[in-house]
Design a protein around this ligand. Structure first.
Ligand SMILES: [Zn+2]
Length: 695
C-alpha cells in the first residue's frame, strides 16, 4: 500500500527568525504565502542552515529552561510551541526533497545530519530543568484553569518527555542517547539501500519476443525507461510499481514474470552492499533495549500505549479475527486461477509471480473487465480534479491553480485552497510521477503546519507525493484504479492538514491507527458510481465512463479482496512479530520472517506485501513500526464512517461539517470520543467485512 504521513511532531522545536540574508533557508520567505523559495535553495545551504537553526533552538530552549520565573503554561508550554520555527522549516524542506527528489549530495547531508539531529532532540528531551518545569505544571494542571486544548497540549508534552527518557537516571540517559544516535544512522542507511534497490532495473528486454502480451503503452513506457538509462532500442522494467505491476499483469512470458517478481521481493536481500538483513536485526534489537530502558516489555508495548489499540494483544486479536475469512477467500481465488491454468492446458501450479497475470484473466472472464479498459478514463488531471470536486462538494473548499509559486521539480503543481467564502485556507502541492530521486509509495506531509497563537494565524503548506503512471511521448498519465484510490487517499491526509484549526499545532497529535481514517474515507468517494461518472472522462473524447463499465466495476468490487487482505495482513503480522521481541539479541532476519509467515499459515501463492528487508514503513524510521496494522484498523473506522454518508447522502453538508469539525480539524487524546461525536456510536467491524465481501 501507499501511504505514509508525517505526523505532527510533538517536541518540534524552536526559535525566532534570525535574519541571515545569504542563506535562503534561514531568511524570511517573501514569496506568496511565505512558500519555500525553491529556485534559490541549493544543496549547500542545508548543512549550515541546520547547524544555525539547531543552535538558535538550543538558545531558545535554554532560555525557557533556565528562566527565573515560576513555570507557567505561557512561559513554558506556549513558549516551547513557538520555538523551533527555523529548524522546523529547514527540516521539513530537507525531508521533502530528500524523499521526493534526492541526489547523492542530499543523501550525504542526511547521513551527516541524522545523528546530530538525534543528539539535538535528546538535548531537549533530556533537559532536566526544562522537564522539571513541565512536570510542575503537569502536576498542577487541574488548578490552572486550562481549556481542553491546553490540557491536551500539556499532556502531549509531558508524556512526550517521559517517553523520551526524561525520568531516567544519568547512566540510562547516556545509554538511551547512544541507542538513538545509532538508530538514526541505521534508518538513513536503510532508506538509502532501499532507494538504490527500488531504482534498480529488474529486467532488460532485448528483442520483441520478450514483449509478448504487453499492451502498447506498457511497451512504450518500457522503451522510454530503457532510453533514459542509456539502453536505447531495448525495453526496461524497473521495480517501481507503475513499471512492474503492468508487466506482471500482462506479460505472457512466465519466466520473465518470475525474474521481475523475485527481484521485487528480494530488494534488500541480495547479500550485496545494499543488503538490509543485518541492519534490520540491529534496529529491532536496539528497539528492544530502548523499550526496556523506558520500562516496557517490548517495542510494541511502548508504541501501542498511545494508539487506539493500546497493546499488542489487542492488535493480534484484531488481525487474527480478519485473517481466517481473508485466507478462506484467497484460497477460492487461487482455485479460480488454477482452473484457468488447467483449462489453458498447462500443468504447473499457480505461483506468486503468476497472480497478477491470472487475476487479470479471471477478472476479464468473470466480469468482462480489465485494467486497460479503465485507464483511458483515469487521466491524472481528471482524477485530481475529481478529488478536488469531492472536497468542494463536501466542504465548500476550492482548489485554484497558481503559477507564481516556486516548485522543486517541474512535475510539481501548486494550488491555493480557499474556503467557500474565499478565505485563504492553505497551499497544496501535488507531485505524482516516479523518478530516480523519489522513494517508492505515496505520502502526504507539509512544509508548515497550521497554528494560531495570540491571533497570529499561520496557514498550512501541504504536499502530496505519489508514484503514478507517467505520461509517455504520446499519452498523458493514465492511472490504474489503485492509483486513483491512492490519489484520493493522499488528498484525504492533505485535507486533514489543511483543515487543522487549533491554537497550537502540538495539540493535534493523532494516533497512528486513527490517522488513516481521514485518508481512507476519501477512497470511498473515488470508487462510488455517482462520483466516478463525474470525473472518469475518456482522455481523448471527454466522454464519461459508460454506465456499463461502472456496473462491471461494481460487480467486480469483491474481486481479489482475499489476496489484498491476506498480503496486507501478512505484512502486519510480520511487523508485530519483529516488535514483540523481548530479547535484545540480533535475530536471524530470514528465519524470523519464515517463522512468522508459517505461524499464520500464509499460502505459497501469496507473499507478504513487504518482506522484512524492504519494509520501509517499519525500518526506514520509527514511523509505522508496530503500526502497519493501522490501515485496516482505520478501515473499520472509515467503512463505518462512510456508512453514515450513505445513510445521510453522499455529499450531505451537515454531516461533512461534523466530520470536519470532530475528526479533521482537531486532535485529542481520546480519539474514540472524537469519533463518537461524529458518528453517535463506536464503529462496528461489519461495514468493513461487507465492503470487502468477507462477511
Ligand atoms: Zn495514508
Amino acid at each position: 500500500m501507499k501511504k505514509s504521513i508525517c505526523l505532527f511532531a510533538l517536541t518540534v522545536l524552536t526559535v525566532g527568525c534570525g535574519v541571515q540574508q545569504e542563506n535562503p533557508l534561514l531568511r524570511e520567505w517573501e514569496a506568496p504565502f511565505e512558500t519555500p523559495p525553491f529556485d534559490e535553495i541549493k544543496n549547500e545551504h542545508f548543512m549550515p542552515a541546520f547547524l544555525d537553526a539547531m543552535e538558535a533552538e538550543k538558545a531558545e530552549v535554554d532560555a525557557i529552561a533556565d528562566s527565573d520565573e515560576e513555570p507557567t503554561f505561557k512561559n513554558t508550554l506556549e513558549a516551547l510551541e513557538e520555538s523551533g520555527e527555523q529548524l522546523d522549516r529547514v527540516s521539513r524542506v530537507f525531508g521533502c526533497l530528500n524523499s521526493a527528489n534526492t541526489n547523492d549530495e542530499l543523501q550525504d547531508i542526511s547521513k551527516e545530519i541524522a545523528p546530530l539531529q538525534a543528539k539535538h532532540s535528546d538535548d531537549i528531551n533530556l533537559n532536566e530543568e526544562l522537564f522539571a518545569r513541565i512536570k510542575q505544571i503537569y502536576e498542577e494542571k487541574d488548578s490552572l484553569g486550562l481549556n481542553p486544548e491546553q490540557h491536551t497540549l500539556l499532556e502531549n508534552y509531558y508524556l512526550g518527555f517521559v517517553r523520551s527518557g526524561a525520568n531516567l537516571n544519568d547512566e540510562d540517559k547516556e545509554t538511551l542517547r547512544g541507542i538513538n544516535e545509532e538508530l538514526s544512522k541505521l534508518y538513513v542507511k536503510f532508506r538509502q539501500n532501499h532507494l538504490k534497490q527500488t531504482n534498480a532495473i529488474a529486467l532488460v528486454i532485448d528483442g520483441e519476443a520478450g514483449l509478448a502480451g504487453l499492451p502498447d503503452d506498457v511497451v512504450q513506457a518500457a522503451a522510454e525507461t530503457a532510453k533514459a538509462r542509456g539502453l536505447e532500442g531495448k525495453w526496461a522494467i524497473t521495480l517501481q510499481k507503475p513499471s512492474f505491476i503492468p508487466f506482471l499483469m500482462h506479460s505472457e512470458k512466465r519466466n520473465l514474470r518470475e525474474i521481475v517478481f523475485k527481484a521485487y521481493i528480494n530488494r534488500g536481500n541480495n547479500d550485496d552492499e545494499f543488503d538490509n538483513k543485518k541492519l534490520i536485526s540491529r534496529i529491532a534489537a536496539l528497539r528492544v533495549r530502548k523499550a526496556n530502558l523506558l520500562g516496557y516489555k517490548t517495542h510494541a508495548d511502548f508504541v501501542l500505549e498511545r494508539n487506539m489499540a493500546k497493546n499488542p494483544e489487542n492488535v493480534y486479536k484484531f488481525l487474527n479475527d480478519l485473517w481466517k475469512p481473508a485466507l478462506r477467500r484467497a484460497k477460492t481465488e487461487v482455485a479460480d486461477m488454477q482452473a484457468v491454468i488447467n483449462r489453458e492446458g498447462h500443468d504447473f501450479k499457480l505461483q506468486a509471480w503468476d497472480w497478477w497475470y491470472y487475476a487479470e484473466k479471471v477478472k476479464k472472464e468473470k466480469y468482462a473487465l480489465d485494467d486497460a479498459m479503465l485507464r483511458p478514463y483515469f487521466k491524472m488531471e481528471n482524477v485530481r480534479k475529481g478529488s478536488f470536486d469531492v472536497a468542494e462538494k463536501l466542504y465548500g473548499v476550492r482548489f485554484v491553480k497558481r503559477h507564481d509559486i516556486e516548485v522543486y521539480h517541474p512535475d510539481v503543481e501548486v494550488f491555493e485552497v480557499l474556503e467557500a467564502d474565499g478565505t485563504h485556507l492553505g497551499i497544496f502541492y501535488s507531485d505524482y510521477y516516479p523518478r530516480d530521486g523519489k522513494r517508492s509509495g505515496a505520502w502526504s506531509s507539509s512544509f508548515r503546519s497550521q497554528s494560531n497563537i495570540d491571533g497570529d494565524l499561520i496557514t498550512p503548506l501541504v504536499f502530496n507525493v505519489g508514484n503514478f503512471a507517467k505520461p509517455t511521448a504520446d499519452k498523458p498519465s493514465l492511472m490504474s484504479m489503485d492509483e486513483v484510490e491512492t490519489l484520493f487517499h493522499e488528498l484525504g491526509h492533505g485535507l486533514n492538514s489543511l483543515f487543522a484549526n487549533t491554537v497550537y499545532s502540538g495539540s493535534r497529535r493523532v494516533p497512528r491507527d486513527f490517522v488513516e481514517l481521514p485518508s481512507q474515507i476519501m477512497e470511498n468517494w473515488a470508487r462510488d458510481p455517482a462520483v466516478l461518472k463525474t470525473y472518469a472522462l475518456h482522455y481523448e473524447t471527454g466522454e464519461p465512463i459508460p454506465l456499463e463499465l461502472i456496473d462491471k466495476l461494481e460487480k467486480a468490487k469483491y474481486f481479489n479482496q482475499g489476496f489484498r487482505t491476506v498480503e496486507y495482513l501478512a505484512a502486519s503480522f510480520l511487523d508485530m512479530d519483529w516488535h514483540v521481541l523481548t530479547d535484545a539479541t540480533e535475530q536471524d532476519a530470514a528465519k524470523l520472517e519464515t517463522e512468522s509467515m508459517d505461524k499464520i499459515g500464509l499460502i505459497a501463492e501469496i507473499e507478504s506485501r513487504y518482506q522484512s528487508t524492504n519494509f520501509g514503513h517499519i525500518f526506514s524510521s520509527g514511523g509505522y513500526s508496530s503500526g502497519y496494522y493501522s490501515y485496516i484498523w482505520a478501515a473499520v473506522l472509515d467503512a463505518d464512517a462512510f456508512e453514515a454518508f450513505k445513510e445521510a447522502g453522499l455529499f450531505d453538508r451537515e454531516l461533512a461539517a461534523s466530520f470536519r469539525k470532530n475528526v479533521l480539524s482537531k486532535g485529542s487524546n481520546d480519539t474514540m470520543a472524537q469519533y463518537v461525536r461524529f458518528r453517535g456510536s463506536e464503529p462496528k467491524v461489519d461495514a468493513l467485512l461487507k465492503r470487502r465481501g468477507l462477511d
